[in-house]
Write a protein of this length. Structure first.
Length: 264
């Protein structure tokens, strides 16, 4: 009931002038230069220093929010702040609030033990000093970042090589977003996210294609796979368990020997 009334309040406050209405599911949405953006899927990752990265993902755009803590309140963006926001458009251009943008992320509700965050945001972000994008009326609702208990286990195992250097995450999460399974591993500043349809069957899937995505994030920069493969080896829907492998290439990096075996 608490979360329902939060959603109703935030939706009315942030979108009273917008015909698009947030539904009762995990979501990150906003207006980007007055164009409505709504993520197909949203995932949060808690890093070793206690900070949180949240990403709203569509087939060709990524909106990223990063806050330094999970305390309720306002997190100011810009000016070299540890908090930041970025937007990657369909052409691969990355707009960022650091160091010359500005904005705020408001964390308005949370559940540390069950691992979800809700709030709102706005920001202006710069592309290499050449262009600015304006993100307004932003809302994130029920974005999962995994259980908050430090003693709780990861979702399973996750490993890869990035440019032939081992990637050994300190946290592993697997989230059923309603549309997709979002499987991620995070080191201190790097994370890999794999997205597959919620009802994915055993098989090999080339990248890019609708419903499947792989990305590598390092700090404020997220790179999508330009080519690659995701192989689903097992998927037990009743047990909510999935395993597989992956490899992909971005504009700057090669990810190889990827493996995951998680429960969601």
């Amino acid at each position: 009931m608490k979360k329902f009334f939060l959603l109703l309040f935030v939706g009315v406050l942030a979108f009273s002038s917008c015909e698009n209405v947030e539904d009762n599911s995990t979501v990150i949405q906003a207006e980007v230069d007055s164009v409505f953006f709504k993520s197909f899927d949203a995932i949060g990752t808690r890093l070793e220093d206690g900070s949180i990265t949240m990403q709203g993902i569509t087939d060709n755009e990524i909106l990223t929010l990063h806050i330094s803590d999970v305390q309720l309140g306002a997190y100011t963006l810009g000016g070299g702040s540890p908090n930041y926001a970025t937007f990657e458009d369909s052409n691969g251009n990355i707009y960022t609030t650091n160091p010359n943008g500005e904005g705020v992320i408001n964390l308005t509700d949370r559940c540390i033990s069950c691992g979800w965050l809700s709030g709102d945001f706005r920001f202006s972000a710069i592309l290499n000093g050449l262009d600015t994008t304006y993100v307004t009326k932003g809302v994130f609702f029920d974005v999962s970042f995994g259980a908050g208990d430090d003693d709780s286990p990861n979702a399973g195992s996750f490993s890869a090589q990035i440019n032939e250097t081992p990637f050994t995450p300190i946290s592993v999460s697997a989230v059923d977003s309603g549309n997709s399974l979002l499987i991620s591993g995070a080191e201190t500043i790097k994370s890999i996210i794999i997205r597959v349809p919620i009802d994915v069957e055993v098989g090999n899937y080339s990248l890019p294609q609708a419903g499947f995505q792989a990305s590598l994030a390092e700090g404020a920069v997220t790179q999508n796979a330009t080519i690659g493969n995701i192989s689903v080896v097992t998927h037990n829907v009743a047990a909510r368990a999935i395993s597989g492998s992956f490899s992909f290439v971005t504009s700057q990096n090669t990810v190889s020997e990827g493996q995951f075996n998680v429960t969601y």
